[in-house]
Write a protein that binds this ligand. Structure first.
Ligand SMILES: Cc1ncc(COP(=O)(O)O)c(C=O)c1O
Length: 443
C-alpha cells in the first residue's frame, strides 16, 4: 500500500509475493539465499562479542592461531607496488598474456613442461576466481538443459552455478562402500558417464580434488588413475561425444600432493593415446594459494593435443566472460606475474605458503588423532581447509556444539568443521565438544 504525505510517496507495507509476481520471472522467484556459512559465522562473532570463549569453525578462510586472517605478505607487498596502469586499466579479455602462461604453470605444476613434451598443449583464460572458471566450463561446454556430473558431496555453489547455467545435476558417490578403492566407486562413476554419454552430446564433470571442500578428502594416485581411466574409456567408447574432466584444484596448494593429477595424466599419456574428444581442464584459484580471496583472481586452463583447439576454447570462454563479468581484474594478475618472475619473491611466497600449509597440517593432525579415539563417523580428512562429520540432523548437531561455544556449519548431510579457522590450541577442545554433541544426540 502507498500513502501520500506532502507529495512524497511512502511505502508502508508491501505484499512481497505480489511484488515478486509483478517483477520476477519464475526462475528468479526460485532463488533464496540465507547463506548458512555466514549466518553461523555471525553467531560466532556475536558470542565472541559477548565475551564467550567461542571457537570459530565456520569460515572458509585460513586464520592464524590468534584468529587474524592469514595473509601471504609477499603477495600484499607485490600488490602495493604495481603500476598505476595495473591498478587502473582493463586487462585483455582473456587475461594478461604472462598471467595466462603463469596460471597454467600454477595449476598444472612442474609437470607442465613434460606434458608439452609428449605433445599436449595448454591455454587459459583469466577469470574472477576459480568460481569464474567453473562457470565458464558449465556455460560453454554444455547446452542449457544438459546434465553435469558432480560427486555426491560438494561445495554448495556447485548447485547454484549449475542452476544459473540451466543444467541438471547427476551424482556419483564420494566414497565407495563396496569392494575396490575406498574413495572411488568405479562402477557408479562408469555407469553415470555412460548414462550421460548416451543421452546428450557432451559430458562435463567437476572434480574438486585434492583437499575437497567440505570433507578434506584427497584421492591417491591409484584413485586418480581409476577416475582418469573412467573418463578416458568413456571418450574412447563414444568418439562423437566431447568428454571433459574439470579438476577444481582450489585448495591444491595445501595438499600433500598438490600436482598429483598432472603426475597421473603424464604417466597415463606417456604411453596411451589421448582421444581427441577428451579434454582436461583445471580451475585455478589464487584465493587460497595467494590469500587474495576478495580480489577475484583465477583462470580456466585447458589441456588437449591440439594447440588450435585450446586456443579456440580460450576465444569461446573469453566471449562468455565478456558477456558475463566483462573481464577479470588486472591488478592481481600483474602482482602474481611479478612474484613468480622474480626468483627471490617466488621463494619468499613459497616459504610463507609452506608455513601456512604446516599450520593446517598440524591442526588436522591434532583433529584426526583426537577424532580417532572416538566412534564418530568422520569422513576421510586428508588435506585442506575442512573436515566433515555426516549426521542425520546437522542443525541439531551444530546447535548442540554451539551450546559449548564451538561454531561449525550445518550443511546437507552433516556438519563442516573449518580446520582452517580453529586455532591449533583449540582443536582438541573442539573435538571434545563435537564428540559430546554427537553422543547427546544419538544416545
Ligand atoms: C570447492 C571450491 N571450488 C572453487 C572455489 C573457488 O574459489 P574462488 O572463486 O574464490 O577462487 C572455492 C572457494 O571457496 C571452493 O571451495
Amino acid at each position: 500500500m502507498v500513502r501520500r504525505r506532502d507529495s512524497v510517496a511512502v511505502v508502508v507495507a508491501v505484499d512481497l509475493g505480489r511484488l515478486e509476481d509483478t517483477f520476477l520471472p519464475a526462475e528468479s522467484k526460485k532463488k533464496t539465499g540465507s547463506d548458512t556459512i555466514f549466518a553461523w559465522y555471525g553467531r560466532y562473532l556475536q558470542a565472541k562479542a559477548l565475551g564467550e570463549p567461542a571457537i570459530n569453525g565456520t569460515v572458509g578462510s585460513l586464520l592464524e592461531d590468534d584468529g587474524a586472517l592469514a595473509v601471504n605478505s609477499v603477495v600484499m607487498d607485490s600488490l602495493r607496488k604495481q603500476s598505476d596502469i595495473d591498478f587502473s586499466s582493463y586487462a585483455p579479455l582473456s587475461g594478461l598474456p604472462n598471467f595466462k602462461k603463469l596460471a597454467a604453470e600454477l595449476a598444472v605444476g612442474p609437470r607442465l613442461a613434460s606434458l608439452q613434451d609428449i605433445g599436449l598443449h595448454s591455454d587459459s583464460v583469466a577469470t574472477p576466481g576459480g568460481t569464474g572458471a567453473l562457470y565458464l566450463s558449465a556455460r560453454t561446454m554444455l547446452a542449457i538443459g544438459d546434465t553435469i556430473l558432480f560427486r555426491s558431496r560438494r561445495w554448495s555453489p556447485y548447485d547454484t552455478l549449475a542452476a544459473e547455467c540451466g543444467l541438471t545435476i547427476a551424482e556419483w558417490p564420494i566414497l565407495n562402500e563396496d569392494d575396490g578403492h575406498e574413495k572411488v566407486n568405479l562402477p557408479a562413476l562408469e555407469s553415470m558417464l555412460e548414462n550421460i554419454a548416451t543421452s546428450q552430446q557432451r559430458v562435463l564433470s567437476w572434480l574438486n580434488d585434492p583437499a575437497h571442500n567440505p570433507t578434506g578428502i584427497s584421492l591417491d594416485s591409484e584413485g586418480r588413475d581409476l577416475v582418469l581411466d573412467a573418463f578416458l574409456n568413456c571418450a574412447r567408447n563414444h568418439p562423437d561425444i566431447g568428454v571433459t574432466l574439470f579438476l577444481d584444484t582450489a585448495y591444491a596448494i595445501y595438499a600433500d600432493e598438490p600436482y598429483g593429477w598432472s603426475e597421473t595424466i603424464h604417466k597415463k599419456f606417456s604411453w596411451a593415446e589421448w582421444p581427441e574428444n577428451l579434454l582436461i581442464c583445471w580451475g585455478f584459484s589464487a584465493s587460497k594459494s595467494h590469500t587474495i580471496y576478495g580480489l577475484r583472481c583465477g583462470a580456466i586452463v585447458f589441456l588437449h593435443p591440439s594447440e588450435d583447439y585450446v586456443n579456440r576454447l580460450s576465444e569461446v570462454c573469453a566471449v562468455t566472460g565478456r558477456g558475463t563479468w566483462s573481464l577479470a581484474p588486472r591488478l592481481p594478475q600483474s602482482a602474481l606475474i611479478s612474484i613468480h618472475t622474480n626468483e627471490s619473491e617466488a621463494h619468499a611466497w613459497g616459504e610463507e605458503k609452506t608455513r601456512l600449509k604446516h599450520l593446517l597440517s598440524e591442526r588436522r593432525r591434532i583433529f584426526n588423532a583426537a577424532m580417532a579415539k572416538s566412534d564418530l563417523p568422520l569422513m576421510p580428512s586428508d588435506d585442506g581447509y575442512f573436515a566433515f562429520i555426516p549426521c542425520d540432523d546437522p542443525v541439531a548437531m551444530a546447535e548442540k556444539a554451539s551450546e559449548s561455544q564451538l561454531y561449525v556449519v550445518p550443511l546437507s548431510g552433516g556438519v563442516r568443521i573449518g580446520i582452517c579457522s580453529i586455532g591449533s590450541n583449540q582443536v582438541e577442545r573442539a573435538v571434545e565438544i563435537l564428540i559430546d554433541a554427537w553422543h547427546s544426540l544419538t544416545e
